[in-house]
Design a protein around this ligand. Structure first.
Ligand SMILES: C[S@@+](CC[C@H](N)C(=O)[O-])C[C@H]1O[C@@H](n2cnc3c(N)ncnc32)[C@H](O)[C@@H]1O
Length: 244
């Protein structure tokens, strides 16, 4: 029975490939993927809504500054002001969120690492943003706890890790704000061996189905990552997780 099912499956797949469906339906692939991942996202949000207390779902208008309420909530809930932490931000641009964290976490032992091309997005993002958009000079922060790493994450992060910047015994706050799928997935998978229970991960554009959400989904499913959702604002546009 199993053998017959496998043979039927292979025959069906070969038939579909023989028909070369991309010639007729190729135009629809991006839309179909968007629909499929929107359904996954919606299902995931429904599950979170059952228990997640710090959550504004559903609001009609996104207010980007609300992300600071999420940061405040996590800082307070996790007592981060009384801990020595490593803060890593992927996608710094002009440093708005980076500076918020620098000001908030005042312990002189904290370290703040910012990664960015500082030449803008390395590829197009959605319909609106083009490669090179969001380019910005390295921010001036006047705080010697902060360091910036200029270049693609794919070029700078491995070297950063090899050089032993992460000591291992501090809690990490990882802020993912690169917007795009490839960058987000690369950072998550590269940092996976360094993740410890209690580490916190923020996403800044989480509810974009084919980008940050997809990277998160692939990551947690591929590495069997256990996590707790700490809070969300703007209909899950900004979300915070803790590794369990
Ligand atoms: C939305 S902006 C960051 C905004 C910033 N966190 C803030 O709150 O002001 C996204 C940034 O991600 C950077 N970025 C995206 N993909 C990258 C990659 N693979 N390597 C390095 N930087 C990347 C872009 O250069 C851009 O500056």
């Amino acid at each position: 029975m199993k053998k017959a099912l496998l043979s039927a499956n292979i025959a069906f797949k070969n038939f579909i490939l023989f028909l070369r469906p991309s010639i007729f339906l190729g135009w629809s692939k991006s839309f179909l993927l968007l629909m499929a991942y929107t359904l996954y996202l919606s299902k995931w949000i429904r599950a979170q809504n059952k228990t997640l207390k710090f959550n504004d779902f559903f609001v009609f208008k996104k207010k980007h500054s609300k992300r600071e309420l999420l940061y405040e909530h996590v800082v307070k809930q996790q007592n981060l002001e009384n801990e020595i932490v490593d803060y890593l931000e992927f996608g710094v641009a002009s440093g708005v969120s980076f500076s918020w964290w620098l000001k908030k976490l005042t312990n002189p032992e904290n370290k703040f690492y910012g990664f960015d091309t500082f030449e803008g997005l390395p590829e197009n993002w959605g319909f609106v943003f083009r490669k090179g958009d969001m380019s910005s000079a390295i921010p001036t922060v006047n705080d010697d706890r902060a360091s910036f790493f200029k270049g693609l994450f794919q070029e700078t992060l491995l070297d950063f890790l090899k050089r032993g910047y992460l000591t291992g015994n501090r809690r990490k706050i990882i802020h993912l704000d690169a917007d795009i799928f490839s960058a987000t997935l690369f950072v998550l998978t590269t940092l996976y061996p360094y993740l410890n229970r209690g580490d916190i991960i923020f996403f800044d554009e989480f509810n974009v189905p084919k980008h940050e959400f997809l990277a998160f989904k692939i990551f947690v499913e591929s590495y069997y990552v256990n996590y707790e959702t700490l809070g969300a604002v703007n209909n899950y546009y900004q979300v915070a997780f803790m590794v369990k």
